[in-house]
Design a protein around this ligand. Structure first.
Ligand SMILES: [Zn+2]
Length: 251
């Protein structure tokens, strides 16, 4: 049979502080994990970009090599033509024909020279691109090294915190059952609205431990009396006295 127990304000607050401290531990674990996954995915994105750049340079080099091969083909064709014309020139009928053939030979020789110059320029271009490519490859290797380290670090943190996380999740579930339902609802609401996840805070140095707004002495003594749940007028967080707050320990 279910039994309903009426909790005192002090008990309610203690349960709430307990829950807050457990969930703050869980928040800390999230923060620890929260940065490395981002760093890892940033690095992965960067490496993908670097690989794309490397591929682009390689494709450019391939394109230039193709250009060189075309020019080499052109030279071969010109050489064949020159040979053909030279053969023809041995049995020409007149000087006009001879001159025409000579002109053709000169034309082909010019073509060859031009092609050779194109090949030299292209080779220079390739040499420059190879330097860029080598740099890019080294850059990628360095980044991949950093990535491997970060990934290992992250896996370690995940593994190391898995146990803690499970432990605190279990504790949090238990603690939730001990918190007054209405109080739990406002706790969750306040917790969600603050990035640091603090919904219950102690009064520290005469100020709210959440927003550092000064708490008047009269209110402070009311908080210490544990007669009712007190809220910070400035931030809406639930206030407890330091003594009660410090008495709660989480293991
Ligand atoms: Zn406050």
């Amino acid at each position: 049979m279910a039994h309903v127990k009426e909790f005192s304000v002090e008990e309610k607050l203690t349960s709430l502080v307990t829950l807050q401290k457990i969930e703050s531990k869980l928040d800390e674990i999230q923060v620890l994990k929260g940065e490395l996954p981002m760093e890892v995915s940033d690095l992965e994105d960067e490496i993908t970009g670097l690989h794309a750049r490397q591929t682009r340079v390689e494709e450019e080099i391939n394109g230039i090599n193709e250009f060189i091969n075309q020019k080499k083909e052109l030279i071969k064709e010109a050489e064949a033509l020159v040979k053909k014309y030279e053969k023809q020139s041995t049995n020409v009928k007149n000087s006009r024909e001879f001159e025409a053939i000579n002109k053709e030979i000169e034309m082909q020789q010019l073509e060859m020279k031009l092609a050779e110059k194109h090949i030299r320029d292209a080779n220079e271009e390739i040499a420059e691109k190879v330097v860029v490519l080598d740099k890019a490859k080294k850059h990628i290797a360095a980044k991949e090294g950093v990535l491997a380290t970060k990934k290992a670090e992250l896996e370690k943190i995940i593994a190391a915190n898995e146990k803690e996380e499970k432990h605190f999740n279990k504790l949090a579930a238990e603690a939730r059952q001990h918190v007054d339902v209405r109080l739990l609802a406002s706790y969750d609401k306040i917790r969600k609205s603050y990035r640091n996840g603090l919904a219950v805070v102690p009064v520290e140095r005469d100020a709210c431990g959440g927003c550092f707004n000064a708490i008047p002495p009269q209110k402070q003594s009311e908080i210490k009396q544990h007669k009712k749940v007190m809220i910070c007028e400035n931030c809406g967080r639930i206030l407890v006295d330091e003594e009660l707050h410090n008495a709660v320990h989480i293991k």
